[in-house]
Write a protein that binds this ligand. Structure first.
Ligand code: UT7
Length: 330
C-alpha cells in the first residue's frame, strides 16, 4: 500500500489510567445489576474513573509524557499532535492545543479528531500520511476519553460498560520493512442513531430541558452496535490484511477495541486466531473509547508480548458508526 514512501512506525509508547477503581460490586449498589451479569455479558470486572479534578487532557498528558520519555524526546521536538477523543475538556480550544501548551510543544500543529472508539486508528492513519509525505517528521497520537463524564450512572444498560483512560504513541521513521503497512478506515453514518450523545451541540444547545431530559449522556442501542461490531471486526481485518498483501495466518498479535469480550471472541473465531494471539484487557479497564486500542497496545508491549518484526493488527469500531483497522510491523 505504501510502496516507495518512507517507512513510518511507532517509536515511543505510554499509557495512563486514573487511580480510582469502580468494581462490579460497587455498581451492584448503584443500579439493579450483578457481577455475574456484567462478567458473563461483557467480560468486564472493573474500570478506572477520573477524579473530579481530572479532565481528558490530564489523562492524555500523563500518557504523552510517558510516550515522549520512551522515545527519548521532549515536547519541543514534536511536529504534530493529534488527540482522538469524544470527551474533549471543552468544545474549543481543542484538547490537542491544551496539551501542546502543557508539553511545551511550541512548533507542533495540534488538532482533535472525532471518530469515537475508532478515533485512535483514524489518528494513526492521519499522522502516518503526514509523515509519509514528508510534511512532518514525527507525531504524537493519543486516544483519550473520560466517558464517565457523559455516562448516566442510573442507567444499567450503559453505566457498567465504560471507563476512563489514555494511550499515546510517538510516530516516526523506522527501518525499511517495518512500521505501518496498511489502513482501512470506514463509516456507516446511517447507523449513527445507535450510539450518540444528543445535546450540547448546535442542533440542541444545552438548556434546563436538555439537562432534565438527560440528553447530555450516552445513548446506545447495544444490540445493534453489537451486530455492527461483530461484522466489521472481521471484515475490516480481512480488508486491511489484503491491502498489506498478507493473510490472517501472518498475524502475531490481534489488538481489538475492548468493548465486550463476546465481540472479541466472535472476531477471534471468525479469523481462526488462537487465544495467545489476541490481546484482551477489557476486564480491567472496560470500554475506554478512543483509549481502548492504545491501552491494549501499550500493555501488550509492556507485558513483552511484542517482538521486533511482529505483525500486529489493530481494529477499532464505534460511534458514527465508524471502524478503523491497521497492520503494523512492530
Ligand atoms: O465502543 C462501542 C460501543 N459499544 C459496544 O460495543 C457495545 C455493544 N453491545 C454490547 O456489548 C451488548 O449489547 C451489551 C453488553 C450492551 C448488552 O448485552 P446483550 O447480551 O446484548 O443484552 P441485551 O441488550 O439483549 O439485554 C438483555 C437483558 C435486558 O433485559 P430484558 O429486556 O431481556 O428483560 C436488559 O434490560 O439484560 C438487561 N440488562 C441488564 N441486566 C443486568 C441490561 N444491562 C444490564 C445490567 N445488569 N447492567
Amino acid at each position: 500500500m505504501y510502496n516507495n514512501l518512507r517507512p513510518v512506525g511507532i517509536i515511543g509508547t505510554g499509557k495512563y489510567v486514573p487511580e480510582n477503581i469502580l468494581t462490579n460490586s460497587d455498581l451492584e449498589k448503584m443500579v439493579e445489576t450483578t457481577d455475574e451479569w456484567i462478567v458473563s455479558r461483557t467480560g468486564i470486572k472493573e474500570r478506572h474513573i477520573a477524579s473530579k479534578d481530572q479532565a481528558t487532557s490530564d489523562l492524555a498528558y500523563e500518557a504523552a509524557v510517558r510516550a515522549l520519555e520512551s522515545a527519548g524526546m521532549s515536547g519541543q521536538d514534536l511536529d504534530l499532535i493529534i488527540v482522538a477523543t469524544v470527551t474533549p475538556d471543552m468544545f474549543f480550544p481543542s484538547t490537542a492545543c491544551l496539551l501542546q501548551d502543557r508539553l511545551g510543544a511550541k512548533k507542533a500543529a495540534a488538532f482533535d479528531l472525532s471518530a469515537a472508539c475508532s478515533g485512535f486508528v483514524y489518528g494513526l492513519a492521519t499522522a502516518t500520511n503526514f509523515l509519509k509525505t514528508g510534511m512532518y517528521n514525527n507525531a504524537l497520537v493519543i486516544g483519550a476519553d473520560c466517558l464517565s463524564r457523559i455516562t448516566d450512572y442510573t442507567d444499567r444498560n450503559t453505566c457498567v460498560l465504560f471507563g476512563d483512560g489514555a494511550g499515546a504513541v510517538i510516530l516516526g521513521e523506522v527501518p525499511q520493512g517495518r512500521g505501518f503497512q496498511s489502513f482501512d478506515l470506514g463509516a456507516e453514518g446511517s447507523g449513527g442513531a445507535h450510539l450518540y450523545l444528543e445535546a450540547g451541540g448546535s442542533r440542541m444547545p444545552a438548556s434546563v430541558d436538555t439537562v432534565e431530559g438527560k440528553k447530555h449522556f450516552i445513548y446506545m442501542n447495544g444490540r445493534e452496535v453489537f451486530k455492527f461490531a461483530v461484522r466489521v471486526m472481521s471484515s475490516a481485518t480481512e480488508t486491511v490484511l489484503g491491502k498489506a498483501g498478507i493473510t490472517k495466518e501472518d498475524i502475531d498479535l490481534f489488538i481489538p477495541h475492548q468493548a465486550n469480550v463476546r465481540i472479541i471472541q466472535s472476531a477471534k473465531e471468525r479469523l481462526s486466531l488462537p487465544d495467545e494471539k489476541v490481546m484482551i484487557n477489557v476486564d480491567k479497564y472496560a470500554n475506554t473509547s478512543a483509549a481502548s486500542v492504545p491501552l491494549a497496545l501499550v500493555e501488550a508491549s509492556e507485558e513483552g508480548r511484542l517482538k521486533e518484526g511482529d505483525t500486529v493488527v489493530m481494529v477499532g469500531f464505534g460511534g458514527g458508526l465508524t471502524w478503523g483497522a491497521a497492520v503494523l510491523k512492530w
